[in-house]
Design a protein around this ligand. Structure first.
Ligand SMILES: NC(=O)c1ccc[n+]([C@@H]2O[C@H](COP(=O)([O-])OP(=O)(O)OC[C@H]3O[C@@H](n4cnc5c(N)ncnc54)[C@H](OP(=O)(O)O)[C@@H]3O)[C@@H](O)[C@H]2O)c1
Length: 248
């Protein structure tokens, strides 16, 4: 039986991915900043552990408590929509600490056990915004594009140890808590000179009918975890797939 550790399992893609692997007989280590068992079925294959990916101490503890794992999914992430001019640098740092450094730190923490066993898979969840640039997402896009580049370089040095590293790029998914969780940061980044431009972006989004569903992301992660020969980048969701095909 294989073991998967997933970050950011309190909601959205992480929660549904954890439930899917659990329902399909994997051992699941669902991590979240504030552990909450209420959203999961009870199972002796499920372990819920606290993890804040911005804390090295928290990462050390989770790796120790988790024991050996086969697959790491770096899913935890935060959003930020707003003009660079209005965004306090503290927010930019928080976005990079979580999405970029947090992913790198979790990745680094599992490499020793994967190298020793000559086996292991790391799946990094980035975003389709890295395939086609959108306005007001410069900081968020930067944080995720850095992980695309990090992952593709790292894969080259870890292949010798039979460790696979892959990317899943979801499109826009309005049904998770992502937008709601970004609200406070967006309000801090508000700048009146961009107000009508911001409204135009929101209006455009309301008209977009092609979006990503949580299950698209779950299935993409499932595919990477269960098939050996998947491409480096897998788009999840119809909108993301259209972008990745256009980039081919
Ligand atoms: N929804 C979209 O449109 C979309 C599109 C493309 C990519 N993505 C990416 O997909 C991933 C999942 O997003 P989602 O849509 O499922 O959003 P979500 O519902 O907001 O879930 C994000 C998860 O990350 C966790 N998290 C945030 N900061 C953390 C930290 N410092 N340490 C550990 N966990 C932390 C959150 O936990 P708390 O409950 O503790 O805050 C939550 O469990 C993110 O990496 C996001 O960038 C989302």
């Amino acid at each position: 039986m294989k073991t998967i550790l997933i970050t950011g399992c309190s909601s959205g893609f992480g929660l549904e991915t954890a439930k899917h692997f659990l329902a399909n007989n994997w051992k699941v280590i669902a991590t979240m900043r504030t552990p909450d068992t209420s959203q999961f079925p009870s199972s002796d294959r499920l372990t819920i552990l606290p993890l804040d990916v911005t804390s090295e101490h928290s990462i050390e503890q989770v790796i120790e408590q988790a024991g050996p794992i086969d697959v790491l999914v770096n899913n935890a992430g935060i959003g930020m929509l707003g003009p660079v001019e209005g965004t306090p640098m503290a927010i930019a740092r928080t976005v990079f600490e979580t999405n970029t450094i947090g992913t790198m730190a979790m990745t680094k923490a599992v490499i020793p056990q994967f190298r020793e066993r000559r086996a292991g898979l790391i799946i990094n969840v980035t975003s389709s915004v890295t395939l086609k640039s959108l306005p007001l997402l410069a900081i968020y896009t930067g944080s995720k594009a850095a992980i695309n580049a990090f992952t593709e370089s790292l894969a080259l040095e870890l292949a010798q140890f039979n460790i696979r590293v892959r990317l899943v790029l979801p499109g826009r998914s309005p049904t998770t808590r992502f937008g709601e969780n970004a609200q406070a940061r967006m309000q801090q980044g508000f700048n009146k000179h961009y107000a009508s431009f911001l409204q135009g972006v929101f209006d455009q989004w309301q008209q977009d009918e092609v979006v990503t569903h949580t299950d698209d992301v779950v299935q993409a992660i499932w595919q990477v975890a269960n098939e050996q020969d998947t491409p480096m980048r897998i788009a999840a969701g119809a909108d993301a797939k259209a972008l990745i095909h256009a980039a081919d």
